[in-house]
Design a protein around this ligand. Structure first.
Ligand SMILES: Cc1cc2nc3c(=O)[nH]c(=O)nc-3n(C[C@H](O)[C@H](O)[C@H](O)COP(=O)(O)O)c2cc1C
Length: 198
């Protein structure tokens, strides 16, 4: 199996960095092929330039985006690891989605129309699966009450829209204070989840 890790955190000493290292260790033992897109490390430019806007069929997509799209096509599993910032993904990851999941690469609109909706979309990344691992400082309930945007925008509105299924989610809450025991439990859950990916 082929795994592409998409990682968005600037601090190598963060909990997210520990989670990423645990995912890498587990995949190495599992025996899969692994590639990593570390968006901060490669200083990914999150701005969607005018040249790439409304690109149909990828004509004006830049070389770096074509390379990342090839990595998506290569993979069986996309594993996202990121902290929740203002109840969403970090801007660098959102910008990556803006630039990489382009029309006619990740989705297209079919000629068939339905009333009040318009053309029916078709996800083009069928057969790919995803795991989202993200962290929050505030309680789980806040995520439930205020709409759960922290992973739902990426999971439902982007990945599922593009045909990726299933999209699994692992969220870690109440992270204002974490001790070694708590980190151990978090990493154990990460390990078990990654071991179970098939
Ligand atoms: C800019 C910014 C915005 C944040 N917004 C939220 C938020 O909306 N909800 C939340 O639960 N935590 C929020 N946090 C806290 C982070 O989610 C938390 O620090 C992180 O998940 C802990 O993981 P880390 O040690 O790997 O950074 C925010 C942190 C920053 C820096």
């Amino acid at each position: 199996m082929k795994f592409l890790i998409i990682y968005a955190h600037p601090n190598p000493k963060s909990l997210n960095a520990e989670i990423k290292r645990e995912v890498e260790r587990t995949l190495a033992k599992k025996g899969g092929e692994v590639k990593i897109l570390d968006l901060y490390k490669e200083a990914f430019n999150a701005e969607l330039p005018l040249k790439e806007l409304y690109t149909i069929g990828n004509h004006d997509t830049s070389e770096v985006i074509k390379k990342h799209q090839q990595l998506i096509l290569w993979s069986d599993w996309l594993i996202f690891i990121y902290p929740t910032w203002w109840y969403n993904m970090p801007a660098i990851l959102k910008g990556w989605c803006d630039r990489v999941f382009t029309s006619h690469f990740a989705y297209k609109f079919t000629p068939k129309k339905i009333p009040y909706f318009g053309n029916i979309p078709l996800g083009l990344l069928k057969g790919k699966k995803a795991l989202i691992i993200n962290t929050y400082s505030s309680p789980f309930l806040a995520e439930q009450i205020y709409g759960g945007a922290g992973h739902k925008v990426l999971g439902k509105n982007i990945l599922r829209f593009c045909g990726i299924s299933p999209v699994k989610h692992l969220g870690f809450y109440r992270l204002a204070v974490v001790d070694a025991e708590r980190i151990g439990k978090i990493l154990e859950k990460v390990r078990k989840t990654v071991e179970s990916l098939a």
